[in-house]
Design a protein around this ligand. Structure first.
Ligand SMILES: NC(=O)C1=CN([C@@H]2O[C@H](COP(=O)(O)OP(=O)(O)OC[C@H]3O[C@@H](n4cnc5c(N)ncnc54)[C@H](O)[C@@H]3O)[C@@H](O)[C@H]2O)C=CC1
Ligand SMILES: O=C(O)C1=N[C@H](C(=O)O)C[C@H](O)C1
Length: 215
């Protein structure tokens, strides 16, 4: 497929271009701050950048009439509204975490949310010191899965690609559900799976769990 990447100079953008190329896909549209390289028409656009880029990203999706895979975090309500409006025309896959492991944990939390009602719960998320937002998008995703408010603690140290711990405790015991991304490749491969999948879809707003459901 011919693909486009917004944020192509970043940690994730660089790896997405590399990973997609390894799977024989061609980067034809590369976008970053003050850079727009248009070689050909993309069939899908992948955005791992900053929320401020979303307007430009959606205008490019409109221009080429193509779907979007969106990994950018720290989106506000108005961004979701714009995305949902756009998804009436073209499919959108949005996820704050494109790893298989986190999406499995979200499924477990959703399934057992009732069993944990009487337990205390807090979440610790640990990321590299360059990360701009806190709490992480994944912390928000996991809170939504559990269907209750979670106290969140954010650490920004070193080069850690991403670690999340959901800690439950009652008077006599604790349960910790944890996930560590040991490489950003996990997210890049997830974005690739989503990009290949979204080409087979009609319009609609999807998450990465929808992509994984159909495997
Ligand atoms: N959903 C997921 O699985 C994952 C999501 N992320 C998210 O992806 C985003 C990018 O993360 P990193 O690559 O680590 O950050 P980064 O800072 O290394 O890269 C971001 C890139 O976007 C560019 N950018 C910023 N504003 C822009 C704009 N207005 N227009 C065009 N380009 C713009 C920057 O110049 C930079 O090259 C963050 O929101 C992060 O939280 C990161 C990893 C996994
Ligand atoms: O910025 C990152 O690096 C990451 N961002 C996502 C998040 O905010 O949850 C996903 C992953 O944890 C890495």
């Amino acid at each position: 497929m011919n693909f486009g990447v917004v944020g192509y100079k970043g940690r994730m953008g660089t790896l997405i271009v590399q990973t997609f190329k390894e799977h024989k896909h061609n980067p034809v549209l590369l976008v970053d701050k003050e850079v727009l390289l248009e070689k050909d028409r993309p069939e899908v656009i992948v955005d791992f950048s900053q929320p401020e880029a979303l307007e430009l990203t959606l205008s490019l999706c409109e221009k080429y009439n193509v779907p979007l895979v969106l990994g950018t975090t720290a989106l506000a309500k108005n961004h979701f509204k714009t995305l949902k409006d756009f998804s009436k025309k073209q499919p959108v896959v949005q996820s704050y975490n494109f790893s298989i492991g986190i999406n499995l944990i979200a499924k477990i939390l959703a399934e057992f949310s009732k069993n944990f009602e009487e337990w205390d719960v807090e979440l610790v998320e640990i990321h590299h010191s360059q990360k701009k937002d806190k709490p992480s998008g994944t912390a928000i995703l996991l809170e939504k899965a559990l269907k209750r408010e979670i106290q969140k603690h954010s650490l920004r140290i070193g080069g850690i690609p991403g670690e999340h711990l959901v800690i439950f405790a009652n008077e006599g015991e604790t349960i910790t559900i944890s996930h560590r991304a040991i490489s950003r490749k996990a997210f890049a491969l997830g974005a690739l799976k989503a990009a290949e999948w979204v080409l087979t879809r009609k319009s609609g707003f999807y998450t990465f769990s929808d992509v994984l459901k159909e495997e």
